[in-house]
Design a protein around this ligand. Structure first.
Ligand code: SF4
Length: 310
């Protein structure tokens, strides 16, 4: 990852996380050596406006150097309040009808070979923002036909027909993150439903088997190893191609504490097991993030599929 072009200006008058301000502070253990990363002080970093900082992404320096791009559409305010996430919570503004064209223009100007489009959760919209996602994909296709498109979507919970609208616009990669194991959902991802998210990914493949599907979890949120292995099985049952596993890092003391820093060799173990379970690609390391290296990964995904079918 990740460069985010955020086309909605911030409103500093209310707290960023009104639902979290009265929570007691949660303390995480000090970061181990393997989690420390280079400070983002490069020219690329200074040039661009992003939510990468807000999310506290540890790869920000590297991504900005490379100008890898992730566009966040539909504003900077989310209708959910996940315990790990530093995106602002509140009632979002109206959609910007010109945004799909603006994203396409920026893709063209930056000369991107691969783009990731993500969004906040828009429970306030009748279709959860599905048509806006579809319009953005179509606008990029029209202007940049060789650019490959990866989307990282919300779960479209209780939005009948929304997923079909997005899939019909034919992104190259459909990513939806499970974020954690089912037993941690109530605390970590309270507005979501684990099996709905698994089913969402499965439906993508049912509707269009040519689309690569991708999902990820964070570890260090209190999960057990056997639960991570179960998530792998659930994702394989849904025919998901690509699994990412990274270390959870706490954005502020009002967010979920890091329960444990998982050492690099455990990530390696997860990666090996995941490959044996049949994923086309696996990225598991302390600093793995959902859209990190997305362009390179897409090329590897295509090669892995070709090797299997050829
Ligand atoms: S739905 Fe996504 S953007 Fe919204 S709070 Fe949860 S993780 Fe953050």
């Amino acid at each position: 990852m990740v460069v985010v072009v955020d086309t909605v200006s911030a409103t500093p008058l209310r707290p960023r996380h009104p639902e979290k301000v009265n929570r007691p502070d949660a303390f995480s253990p000090p970061k181990p050596d393997w989690i420390r990363v280079r400070a983002p002080n490069t020219r690329g970093y200074a040039d661009l406006v992003t939510v990468c900082e807000e999310a506290g992404c540890p790869n920000i320096g590297e991504c900005w150097d490379k100008k890898h791009a992730t566009f966040m559409i539909m504003g900077d305010t989310c209708t959910r309040a996940c315990a790990f996430c530093n995106v602002k919570t509140g009632m979002p503004g109206a959609l910007d009808g010109l945004e799909p064209e603006h994203v396409a223009e920026a893709t063209l100007k930056l000369g991107l070979a691969h783009i990731v489009i993500t969004s906040v959760d828009r429970d306030d919209l009748a279709d959860g923002g599905a048509e806006h996602f579809a319009q953005t994909i179509r606008a990029i296709r029209a202007r940049c036909p060789t650019t490959t498109i990866e989307i990282l979507t919300p779960d479209f919970l209780r939005k009948a027909g929304a997923l079909e609208v997005v899939v019909t616009a034919k992104p190259d990669v459909f990513n939806h993150n499970l974020e954690t194991v089912p037993s941690r959902y109530l605390n970590v991802r309270p507005g979501a439903r684990y099996f709905h998210s698994v089913r969402l990914l499965q439906r993508v493949k049912e509707i269009d088997p040519t689309i690569f599907t991708k999902s990820g979890i964070m570890v260090g949120l209190g999960e057990e190893r056997h639960e991570v292995l179960q998530v792998m099985d659930d994702l394989r049952s849904a025919d998901v191609d690509f699994l990412t596993i990274g270390q959870y890092l706490q954005p502020t003391r009002k967010h979920h504490a890091v329960m444990r820093y998982v050492p690099p060799d455990e990530f390696l173990g997860y990666e090996k097991v995941a490959y044996t379970k049949g994923f086309l690609m696996v990225s598991a390391s302390p600093l793995t993030r959902s859209s990190h290296h997305a362009g390179d990964d897409f090329a590897r995904l295509k090669a892995a599929r070709a090797a299997i079918s050829g």
